[in-house]
Design a protein around this ligand. Structure first.
Ligand code: ARG
Length: 467
């Protein structure tokens, strides 16, 4: 057992208590953030003449050595330490002697761990944003290639009206752009530095909190020391944003599973992203899409866990906060994996354009257009709706599509029909005429793509400034 306290204790901690209390098993991944935070802290302590330049140099040198050794696998973070902070301080003191014991001057593990989590999560937000950026690029490329690929648009999972594949995919680009903008937004809010808040009430040393904030790339120091050590809003906001990312990925996965099914055949997932069955030799399963859909619950779970942990906690630090880590780390890992695999899956997926177009030919998805045709000929919409409804019924009985009715058959229902009905309800016309802002007409989809590109570039620029 190696811990940072013990002076006022007369007994050893019960073994089970020590294990229950320890966080080294999961906070080891904060090592880089912890050491970089300490280097900034010590640099500031020297500038403020709280430590001598010589001491600070020795400590920083030692800290850099520890980080290097850990990253290179030469130094193992073992469970004999209570947490990552104790590990670093113990190894430092072992390596450089007395000066190591001065590292923690004017600091508490409470502000230290708040800082570590923010620094660690900032990196993760950047990585997730970048993975979203890659996915969006892939989607925009697919959009570009499919401006004219007609397919049925669905409501209630029933064929409804004609759209294009570009338009359908563009809807997901919108979702992922909103996800990026949520990350952008929460990053801005979380980027304040808690270092110097101490245990809860600051310290009596003349710390320069502006300096440490600046050294560590924060916009400013936090404003209230009690809030600093007990604020986990950024974790909640991040998990909430990640839950929405997963909701989007899950919906998209569900569509791909449907589209890849024997009944739809709209797409074929590449062999590299499919798996087989141990018993049915013919099977090629969309496991990646199913797993992405399935892993959504883990991330929602992390959000619920964090909200519940924070609920009812009095100011300021409480040990409960230690529970902000495991689920959050799992959620972050899960989202990164899902984004990467999902992007690869759709990048390598084959779109069966012919099947999509053929599917759009059936199912009366041009019925609204036929009704609108009558409206243009002066028939009130409600009457037009019922005329087309009767014609659809007729078609169903004869097992044909609206395009296959003769002009006489049209006229039996309504005298307003002319030869131009066929052009008005052809699939191409139906898509091309849908030119209201945001509609599937190619002109509008091109505009959507341009605006999406602009927004993606803006987000790229925001995150580039932060790296
Ligand atoms: N492992 C602790 C955590 O994750 C570090 C802070 C400990 N602070 C304390 N007062 N025991 O929150």
């Amino acid at each position: 057992m190696a811990q940072l306290w013990g002076g006022r204790f007369t007994k050893e901690t019960e073994d089970k208590v020590y294990q229950f209390n320890a966080s080294i098993g999961f906070d080891a991944r904060l090592v880089k953030a912890d050491i970089n935070g300490s280097i900034a802290h010590v640099t500031m302590l020297a500038r403020q003449q709280i430590l001598t330049d010589g001491e600070a140099e020795l400590i920083c040198e030692g800290l850099r050595g520890i980080l290097k050794d850990v990253l290179e696998g030469k130094l193992e973070i073992t469970s004999e330490y209570e947490d990552i902070h104790s590990f670093v301080e113990a190894v430092l003191t072992e390596r450089i002697g007395q000066a190591g014991k001065k590292l923690h001057t004017g600091r508490s593990r409470n502000d230290q761990v708040a800082l570590d989590m923010k620094m660690y999560l900032r990196d993760e937000v950047r990585a997730i944003d970048s993975a979203l950026g890659t996915l969006i690029q892939t989607l925009m490329k697919l959009c570009e290639e499919n401006l004219d690929t007609c397919m049925p648009g669905f409501t209630h999972l029933q064929k409804a009206q004609p759209v294009t594949l570009a338009h359908h995919l563009g809807a997901y680009t919108e979702m992922f752009l909103r996800d990026r903008s949520r990350l952008d937004d929460l990053y801005r809010r979380m980027n304040t530095c808690p270092l110097g808040a101490g245990a809860l009430a600051g310290t009596t040393y003349p710390l320069d909190r502006e300096l440490t904030a600046k050294l560590l790339g924060f916009d400013r120091p936090t404003r209230n020391s009690m809030d600093s050590v007990s604020d986990r809003d950024h974790v909640i906001e991040l998990l909430s944003a990640l839950s929405v990312v997963m909701a989007h990925l899950s919906r998209f996965s569900e569509e791909i599973i449907l589209w890849n099914s024997n009944e739809y055949r709209f797409v074929e997932i590449d062999d590299a992203y499919s798996t087989g069955s141990s018993i049915m030799p013919q099977k090629k399963n969309p496991d990646i899409a199913e797993l992405v859909r399935g892993k959504t619950g883990r991330v929602y779970g992390a959000l619920m866990q964090m909200l519940t942990t924070v609920k009812g906690l009095p100011l300021a630090y409480n040990k409960d906060f230690q529970e902000d880590k495991e689920f959050t780390f799992d959620a972050v890992d899960t989202v990164k994996d899902c984004l990467e695999l999902f992007e690869g899956m759709i990048r390598t997926m084959r779109f069966n354009r012919k099947v999509m177009e053929r599917s759009a030919q059936s199912g009366f998805i041009n019925a609204t257009d036929a009704a609108d045709y009558l409206v243009r000929k002066g028939v009130p919409f409600r009457d037009a709706h019922s005329v087309i409804g009767r014609l659809v019924l007729k078609c169903i009985e004869m097992n044909i599509s609206l395009d296959e009715l003769s002009l006489e058959q049209y006229r039996e229902e309504c005298g307003a029909f002319d030869e131009d009905i066929y052009d008005a309800i052809s699939l191409r016309t139906c898509v091309e005429k849908r030119n209201t802002e945001g509609a599937p007409g190619p002109e509008q989809v091109r505009k959507m793509l341009r605006l999406q590109r602009e927004e993606a570039a803006l987000l790229d620029a925001h995150f580039k400034d932060r790296s």
